[in-house]
Design a protein around this ligand. Structure first.
Ligand SMILES: Nc1ncnc2c1ncn2[C@@H]1O[C@H](COP(=O)(O)OP(=O)(O)O)[C@@H](O)[C@H]1O
Ligand SMILES: [Mg+2]
Length: 214
């Protein structure tokens, strides 16, 4: 029997490495936890970067991080989710059974893309996989999120335009290229803990709000 759960399950997915999945996942989970939501972060990347992030902390965690890089994720997550309001899944850097399982588990999928044509082209793979796997999932909502954006550049605008060829919307909230994302990660912290009123914190909060309202 499938346990009843009320948690919102948000997967951060893109088979391309280095696009900012883990950065977005830990900061999104922190934003939700700091907003008073009981939050769980699932590390579904065999590399375990989110687990590494948490291990680097000197202070008590804002939320638990569990490693679960298994293609049975969609079967295991509902039982885990029962104790939480929000579950964030940091996705794997491959198009494989594990990625499929994360898609099946999710109600929201956010696909981080950098403002680069390579990222736009590479997004084709994850979009296809989502369409294949989630064809009949009525309550699934997907969106792109621009990450590592450098100012208000032409390439930034071009990428948003190019992403319109895909069937998912581009979130209005974007994450800038900001050193605080890397610096905070090195200490196992979220940007909201290091610079609670800084621009990175505002960006993450805006994206979190947008995802929940989708
Ligand atoms: N918005 C950002 N600003 C600055 N650096 C970033 C940003 N997002 C990610 N990074 C850095 O880019 C690298 C890759 O990010 P990561 O989140 O690990 O990507 P992925 O999980 O998709 O492989 C890391 O060194 C991270 O600190
Ligand atoms: Mg990662």
């Amino acid at each position: 029997m499938t346990p009843i759960h009320l948690a919102m399950i948000i997967a951060v997915l893109n088979q391309k490495g280095g696009v900012g999945k883990t950065t977005l996942s830990v900061n999104l989970a922190a934003a939700l936890a700091l907003a008073g939501q009981r939050t769980l972060l699932i590390d579904a990347d065999p590399q375990g970067s989110a687990l590494d992030w948490q291990a680097a902390r000197q202070t008590e965690s804002l939320f638990p991080v569990v490693g679960m890089a298994k293609p049975t994720l969609h079967k295991d997550v509902p039982a885990l989710a029962a104790d939480y309001h929000q579950v964030v899944i940091d996705g794997p850097p491959r198009v494989n059974e594990l990625a499929k399982s994360a898609i099946l588990a999710a109600e929201r999928i956010v696909i981080p893309v950098q403002p680069s044509p390579y990222d736009v082209w590479a997004a084709d793979e994850i979009v296809q996989l989502i369409q294949e796997v989630a064809l009949y999932k009525e309550n699934l909502r997907c969106a792109f999120a621009i990450t590592r954006k450098i100012g208000n550049t032409a390439i930034g605008r071009d990428v948003v335009e190019a992403l319109k060829h895909y069937p998912f919307p581009v979130a209005a909230a974007t994450l800038g290229q900001r050193v605080v994302f890397a610096e905070s990660a090195a200490r196992g912290l979220a940007v909201l803990e290091v610079q609670p009123h800084g621009p990175a914190a505002r960006e993450i909060q805006a994206l979190a709000r947008e995802l929940l309202e989708m």
